[in-house]
Design a binder for this molecule. Structure first.
Ligand SMILES: Cc1ncc(COP(=O)(O)O)c(C=O)c1O
Length: 364
């Protein structure tokens, strides 16, 4: 089993666009809240009751229907361990978040990877059809990392109706805040995107008791270093996750930062809009160059370069841009504004090197 590889570290003069991080400084009040947590000699309240209480109030659930982890990837690992073992299967779309296969392998379960649609989204009918009597968990990733596609609300409802109610479904919404942000991309949606935690309405886990929604403070909230994610779902399912967790993993500093970030939500939404507008500007510029790339509703873009991926990653690296190269394409995080002209210049060079008819080229 290959070890998990983190996005490449960037040289001092390069832009790190490989881990979908937020390029901004912490939100107002966050550093003060972290610095105020000085009892390094004491264990934290690792159940993060204060943060759970705040999130529960926001989403109209009880604090026990909220579970905090050291990043949402920790929650994923817990849910997989709680549900899955040798002889069971975890179903998810592929290509998707690169941590899924490894976490499933560690549990002893088998991965059932359902190929993405030709336009890089989830094939929900095929995912539902892949659910069988050995299925222990299904993961839906919207927006999908690394392609940026979203699942529609109606197609998600049809999917949940097709999945047996005793199969747990995880809706991984690490990038949810970016979906409806910015001026352009949301207008292009054929139907509203699924939203596990709609504001002013009950979480979808209230409608579907077998659904767990995962969110993170690592992306839009810019707290990747502090490792805080949360799950919302039925208390019984979350208790099972809690029973597989490594105790005491959530730090007091992480909880304090998350609470302070929630209090600065107005600033958060402004920043998310800046990133979303930057993303849409890059998308439009690449399309004008002649690229065919999926519309992204997250904070990254996907170039489906196929066999040309490695060479293109070299070109981007030489331009001072550290990106995430997969076997079939390149994911580029939307980062600092200064990176955009470098990216567009390198993208033009790469496009010029692609053979006519390459799938990443738009038919003119
Ligand atoms: C789809 C998806 N889910 C979950 C995570 C995990 O984020 P974290 O553990 O930082 O909350 C990531 C991080 O890249 C991701 O892309």
């Amino acid at each position: 089993m290959p070890a998990y590889r983190q996005g490449k570290p960037a040289a001092a003069d390069a832009f790190k666009l490989s881990s979908n991080e937020n390029p901004f400084d912490p939100l107002p009040g966050v550093i003060e809240a972290v610095v105020a947590e000085t009892q390094f000699n004491r264990y934290p309240d690792a159940t993060a009751l204060a943060l759970r209480t705040e999130l529960a109030a926001r989403h109209g659930v009880t604090p026990d229907q909220v579970h905090i982890g050291s990043g949402s990837v920790a929650l994923l690992a817990q849910l997989i361990l709680a549900t899955s073992a040798p002889g069971t299967e975890v179903v998810y779309s592929w290509r998707s978040f690169e941590a899924y296969p490894g976490l499933v392998t560690v549990s002893g379960a088998a991965s059932v990877q359902v190929p993405n649609t030709p336009d890089h989204g989830h094939d929900l009918p095929a995912i539902a059809a892949a659910v069988g009597e050995n299925t222990s968990l299904v993961i839906i990733c919207s927006p999908n990392n690394p392609t940026g596609n979203v699942v529609g609300a109606e197609e998600f409802a049809a999917f949940m109706a097709a999945v047996p109610t005793d199969v747990i479904v995880v809706l991984d919404e690490a990038y949810a805040e970016f979906v409806h942000a910015g001026a352009a991309a949301a207008q292009t949606l054929a139907e509203p995107a699924v939203n596990g935690l709609p504001r002013g309405a009950a979480p979808l886990s209230e409608r579907y008791p077998n659904l767990v929604i995962l969110r993170t403070f690592s992306k839009a909230y810019g707290l990747a270093a502090l490792r805080v994610g949360f799950a919302i779902g039925a208390e019984g399912i979350l208790d099972a996750a809690r029973s597989t967790a490594i105790p005491l993993s959530v730090t007091a500093q992480g909880s304090a930062a998350a609470l302070a970030s929630l209090a600065a939500e107005k600033h958060l939404l402004d920043r998310v809009a800046v990133i979303a507008d930057r993303r849409d500007g890059i998308h439009d510029a690449l399309t004008a160059q002649g690229w065919a790339l999926p519309r992204s509703y997250a904070n990254f873009l996907w170039l489906p370069l196929g066999a040309e991926t490695a060479a293109a990653a070299e070109t981007l690296s030489a331009a001072g841009l550290i990106v995430r190269a997969f076997p079939d394409g390149i994911r580029i995080s939307v980062g600092e504004e200064e990176a955009t002209p470098l990216l567009l210049a390198a993208a033009q060079t790469i496009l010029d090197s692609l053979a006519p008819g390459h799938p990443a080229r738009r038919e003119r």
